[in-house]
Design a protein around this ligand. Sequence first.
Ligand code: FMN
Length: 146
Amino acid sequence: MPTRPYRCIYWSRNRVDGADEIVRAIDSILVSARHNNRLLGITGALAFDRGLFAQFLEGEIRAVELVFEKIQRDERHGDIQVLAFGPASKRAFRTSPMAFLGRTPEEHRRFVEAGDDAEAGADRIEAQRLLDIVRTLGVEDPDPSR
Ligand SMILES: Cc1cc2nc3c(=O)[nH]c(=O)nc-3n(C[C@H](O)[C@H](O)[C@H](O)COP(=O)(O)O)c2cc1C
């Protein structure tokens, strides 16, 4: 029987300067996240909006802890605020090792790349909820490049 999944939800502030640099940083984050998370059985979503990241990670507790420890040491972001860390009844993201929803110049392309099957469609809806959390928490920074 699969163990009960753990869930970590946090938001943080981007520390990368410049619109092109943040696009590149997000690309590189997604490449490592999708590779590592798939190996660790982690699913989730990353949102980026107006200088804030929000991320939803879920999986086996030790896997979530391992990845979140690495993420916390990453200097591309800071001021990490944990919104939730604990057991969840089931996974919200069943298939995506790291779906992306963002507001960078490349948003549309990434959104499409997040997947085009029905399951990914459901994940997108979850990602939309995640983005809503970001909007509620920190809309005071209007500069889209930050
Ligand atoms: C906002 C943010 C979210 C990240 N999410 C993940 C993630 O879900 N999984 C992951 O492995 N790395 C994630 N990273 C990247 C890690 O901090 C780290 O750079 C990466 O895991 C190193 O991978 P490597 O050990 O394969 O080189 C994230 C970084 C940031 C800034």
